[in-house]
Design a protein around this ligand. Structure first.
Ligand SMILES: Nc1nc2c(ncn2[C@@H]2O[C@H](COP(=O)(O)OP(=O)(O)OP(=O)(O)O)[C@@H](O)[C@H]2O)c(=O)[nH]1
Ligand SMILES: [Mg+2]
Length: 437
């Protein structure tokens, strides 16, 4: 394959920038770039990089001899000073050496085509790079290093060995023997059961990566905007002692407890003749059942409003917050959390409680795997094929049909790992990668 290069670090001023070059024949280019090509592989060399006669930079260089490289091809990496000027000169030097710019995900695609990585691992790598929260890191890392591909391959083998036993049954029935292996049925049920528990450990990237939406609601003047400002870390919303200060919904992002949240402040709940304020209240009420978590903020205990909010919010993700504990006594029996937006008291606990609502361990006993829509769709189909095969066996359908269901299930599992793939699937997967990976 042709020699490609790419910047693997962001195109911005930084301490160092890293370039990757890969493709058989790329090591011949070292002569022109560094004056010789006698660099021992996998060692860090300090070398002067030139573009023609012009010194570009004194850089770090690691050479990899294929197949012992990320891509499986001959390749090398250059660690240069991270200035935009140096980056532009390094790129020019590579182009003058006859190298072409790599497309997104090109290095990983080559690694896949050279059997260095499974398709599934390539996707997990991209998910790991995209991760913005610790749970995404754990889940995508678990898919990549915890061997999701190995688990899928194991199910593919188990389904295949049952298919072979079904085919053996077909051969026996040709000989007119009334022979039916009962264990076959039980083994098939066991594979389906095991596969379903494995699937229950998989979290869809779409659900895990989506920023969680948090809505602050409650009576007017309870201090919602003050709490909002503290959570987002700056004076985003106007705070006054006038009830009805916030009339529209205001949203901002906040990063705490290793996750990014989208937080919205809303108009306080009260009876009002003001049309704008009334619209604001309607808007906040309409969002309560849609968001991922509702924070009900109170200064004084209002039982009816509290139980209304609890009932309306999605899957009971509700935290009742008593505010202004600097002037009122904290009432830990009635509220989930007691804070003072004025002094900041109780905010550490509030952030922790918010984060706990979304922690992975909340919903699972063990860390699972991060998967994509593609996997979820195939998981459903594999389960259906296994179920169809079970029904086929118990209803004494022709064994050819049962074998066909098992063949389909196995072929779908192989598709996940990438034993079978189409060009368009590869295009979809690798085009979403970053350049240089
Ligand atoms: N003492 C004290 N006062 C607070 C605290 N939090 C907010 N306040 C005050 O309470 C008043 C209302 O605060 P806001 O944050 O605007 O309350 P709100 O719930 O957003 O009010 P609306 O937008 O009108 O619904 C302001 O005068 C704040 O300074 C607190 O923790 N302690
Ligand atoms: Mg407000």
């Amino acid at each position: 394959m042709s020699v490609v290069f790419a910047l693997a670090t962001p195109p911005a001023k930084s301490a160092i920038c890293v370039y990757r070059v890969s493709g058989n024949g790329c090591l011949d280019g070292l002569e022109g770039l560094f004056g010789h090509q006698d660099f021992s592989p996998r060692m860090f060399h300090l070398a002067d990089m030139k573009n023609g006669e012009q010194l570009v930079d004194r850089v770090g260089l690691i050479v990899f001899k294929g197949p012992n490289s990320y891509t499986g091809e001959d390749s090398f990496e250059v660690y240069a000073h991270g200035s935009l000027g140096v980056m532009s000169l390094v790129s020019d030097a590579f182009i003058n050496s006859g190298f072409s710019e790599a497309s997104p995900g090109e290095f990983t695609k080559r690694a896949f085509l050279n059997n260095k990585i499974s398709l599934n691992e390539a996707e997990s790598l991209s998910d790991l790079i995209d991760s913005t929260s610790s749970s995404e890191v754990f889940l995508s890392g678990s898919s990549l290093f915890g061997d999701l591909s190995g688990r899928l391959a194991e199910y593919s083998d188990r389904v295949n060995s049952i298919r072979m036993r079904v085919e053996a049954e077909i051969d026996f029935s040709d000989e007119d023997e009334d022979f039916m292996d009962d264990e076959l049925f039980f083994d098939l049920c066991k594979v389906k059961e095991d596969f379903e528990s494995f699937v229950s450990l998989c979290a869809n990237k779409r659900d895990v990566s989506q920023k969680k939406n948090i809505l602050l609601v409650g009576p007017t003047n309870s201090g919602k905007s003050s709490i909002f400002n503290r959570l987002v870390g700056y004076e985003r919303a106007i705070v006054t002692n006038q009830p009805g200060t916030t009339r529209d919904m205001i949203s901002s992002e906040a990063f705490f407890e290793k996750s990014v949240f989208s937080i919205s402040d809303t108009a306080g709940m009260r009876k009002t003749d003001d049309v704008v304020e009334e619209k604001g209240i309607e808007m906040s009420l309409s969002h309560i059942s849609e968001v991922d978590l509702v924070l009900g903020v109170f200064e004084n205990y209002e039982k009816n409003i509290m139980s209304f909010l609890k009932k309306t919010c999605k899957s009971n993700k509700f935290i009742s917050v008593q505010n202004k504990t600097d002037i009122n006594e904290a009432d830990v029996k009635r509220y989930d959390c007691c804070v003072s937006a004025k002094t900041g008291d109780g905010f550490k606990e509030l952030r922790q409680k918010i984060s706990n609502c979304f922690s992975v361990s909340d919903t699972r006993n063990e860390i699972g795997f991060m998967v994509r829509d593609r996997h979820v769709k195939i998981f459903v189909s594999v389960t259906e094929n296994l179920e169809q095969a079970i029904q086929g066996l118990s209803n004494k359908k022709t064994l050819e049909l049962v074998a066909e269901d098992l063949k389909n299930a196995r072929s779908e599992l192989d598709e996940l790992i990438g034993k079978k793939f189409s060009d368009s699937l590869l295009g979809d997967i690798f085009s979403s990668f970053c350049i240089g990976k």
